[in-house]
Design a protein around this ligand. Structure first.
Ligand code: SAM
Length: 185
């Protein structure tokens, strides 16, 4: 659905309205600092990668099932985060791991909730493997079954965990973002 953020994203070269979710979260919580290396899971079409670069990120690597048009000075891996042939290509550590991963919805609620939980779990496992000590993690989660258990799981690995809902996230959407600050190695 078209709204003010869709138009703004196109006119500002950000490719997707979702870029404003990251910009709004970052302006409040400063999860990406100048020079940080950032891994972006579920990066298509590249809005968060472009936003991260504009925040001054150093190395930016994106992963998605779908190919993206190149984003200058970034790296891209095409594949599923659920498959080891993709994840084994991530061979370094990062200051920040982002995940805006979202499954294609089927309309069958139980199936969609399950698929979404698989993606959030995969994102957490990648963060645990590839975050530097004290690093930050931002992950999209759908509120519903499994949400509290996932929150508690994230809390075990970070100094501070918070649920955030940026203004650019549609109010009627079940999505929220979990923010993990200060990865405990
Ligand atoms: C909401 S979009 C991301 C938008 C992005 N943050 C931006 O600002 O441009 C979610 C993405 O998750 C990707 N995705 C879903 N399942 C995936 C998987 N198993 N592995 C990799 N990417 C996946 C989809 O292809 C989709 O592009």
């Amino acid at each position: 659905m078209h709204d003010k953020y869709t138009d703004k994203a196109l006119s500002e070269g950000l490719r997707a309205r979702s870029a404003y979710k990251l910009l709004q979260i970052n302006s409040k919580y400063h999860i990406i600092k100048r020079g940080d290396d950032v891994l972006d899971l579920g990066c298509w079409p590249g809005g968060w990668m472009i936003a991260a670069k504009r925040m001054g990120a150093g190395r930016v690597m994106g992963i998605d099932l779908a190919a993206i048009a190149p984003v200058e000075n970034t790296e891209f891996i095409q594949g599923s985060v659920l498959e080891s042939k993709t994840t084994k290509q991530i061979q370094s550590s990062f200051d920040v791991v982002l995940s805006d991963l979202a499954p294609k919805t089927s309309g069958i609620r139980a199936l969609d909730v399950g698929r979404s939980l698989d993606l959030t779990e995969a994102a957490l496992n990648i963060a645990i493997k590839h975050l530097k000590q004290n690093g930050n993690f931002l992950v999209k989660v759908f509120q519903g079954e499994g949400y509290k258990e996932f929150f508690d799981e994230v809390r075990k690995h970070f100094e501070f965990v918070k649920t955030v809902k940026p203004e650019a996230s549609r109010q009627r959407s079940m999505e929220v973002y979990l923010l993990g600050i200060g990865f405990k190695d």
